[in-house]
Design a protein around this ligand. Structure first.
Ligand code: ACM
Length: 360
């Protein structure tokens, strides 16, 4: 049978269509990350932001500071098994992602969320005493020592090595929830950290909080919780990626009864994840500065790839459509019909997706 030729005219609304995986609270193997890449690339997601370090674990080999992984890589939330990527493994992930049209954005979170580093090297603490490894889920209790010269030697080494492992333009400096760093220290620290990223030929991405340090128009701020703070970042000329927690945080439960996930930003059923407009979310930011959306998946309660798939799918598919398709061509009604049909493919690929009652 002859099939008539067609011409398809299509282009994404946004250049940045991201997913974030937290490999710090729980560690995910290279194979797990590749499985996630296989899945997200099907929906034209083109950035994989890896949250590589946090209080509970340091997951990327730094050759000049080997104890980061020898000590800081061993722990995970709940006392579960830790782990880390060697630099060769990380390059393998970056190369695999590239073949799938995905750029990896490595995040080294700082100056807070650093207990794993502070447990690995006593000298990174202001008092010179190593912290204990941490396996709980509190946030906001750790900070690098802003006053020490050694801190900036550490940063220089880490950023230099991480920059050499990625082919992307951005290094994500985190910057969220540094609750025990004074504002003055925080701003000083991030000014220095940003200069180091530039020195190694990369641009800075960070959670919206980093705007207080002063940022450049080459920076990407990632909006997660406070529209006013994100807007202050945009006012400095930065681009904005949208990850509003109530709709895009894949670790929020679908309903109160969902066995895994958190609820601090609410519950996020599949319709809520889809029904919002990235173009108008931040009222005072010009749409030209909104470069995309990203779906973060924090892993405090997600212990394995099955849990990751359950939380991500199908919500991530809806986010991918928000990233690709203009508002006037989207509707929940049409999407729901397509998503219902799409379940067949998810089943063929053995995706452990959440069978929402909305899909019945
Ligand atoms: C965040 O959720 N702490 C960025």
């Amino acid at each position: 049978m002859a099939v008539p030729g067609v011409t398809i005219q299509d282009a994404p609304q946004y250049a940045y269509r991201g997913a974030m995986l937290d490999v710090a609270r729980h560690f995910f193997s290279v194979q797990d990350v590749k499985r996630y890449i296989d899945l997200i690339t099907s929906y034209k997601v083109n950035k994989l932001h890896l949250h590589l370090t946090d209080d509970q674990g340091w997951r990327i080999e730094i050759k000049s500071w080997p104890k980061l992984t020898e000590i800081g890589g061993t722990s995970a939330v709940g006392g579960d098994q830790g782990g880390f990527y060697t630099q060769a493994q990380f390059r393998d992930i970056v190369a695999y992602a590239k073949v799938h049209h995905i750029t990896v954005i490595p995040e080294i979170d700082m100056p807070g969320h650093t207990n794993a580093a502070l447990a690995s090297y006593p000298e990174l603490n202001c008092d010179g005493e190593a912290r204990s490894l941490y396996t709980g889920t509190r946030v906001g209790f750790s900070t690098l020592c802003v006053d020490k010269e050694l801190t900036y030697k550490f940063l220089d080494d880490v950023i230099r090595e991480v920059a050499s492992l990625t082919d992307g333009d951005y290094i994500h400096l985190g910057g969220d929830e540094s609750h025990v760093t004074s504002k003055e220290d925080y701003n000083l620290f991030l000014t220095k950290a940003q200069a180091i990223v530039k020195k190694y030929g990369k641009n800075v991405m960070g959670w919206e909080d980093i705007q207080s340090a002063g940022i450049s128009d080459e920076t990407i701020v990632q909006h997660w919780t406070n529209p006013e703070i994100a807007t202050l970042g945009a006012k400095q000329g930065a681009s904005v990626v949208l990850s509003p927690a109530p709709t895009t945080y894949l670790d929020m439960k679908y309903t109160k009864g969902t066995k895994i996930g958190l609820t601090w930003a609410g519950v996020t059923p599949i319709d809520s994840a889809y029904i919002w407009n990235p173009q108008t979310l931040l009222k005072n930011v010009p749409t030209s500065q909104i470069i995309g959306i990203e779906s973060p998946l924090w892993s405090e309660t997600a212990v394995d790839i099955d849990a990751i798939e359950y939380l991500a799918f199908p919500r991530l598919i809806g986010h991918a459509e928000l990233g690709w398709t203009q508002e006037q061509n989207r509707s929940w009604k049409s999407y729901l019909i397509r998503l219902k049909n799409h379940q067949k493919r998810l089943k063929i690929r053995k995706v452990n997706y959440y069978p929402s009652p909305l899909l019945e």
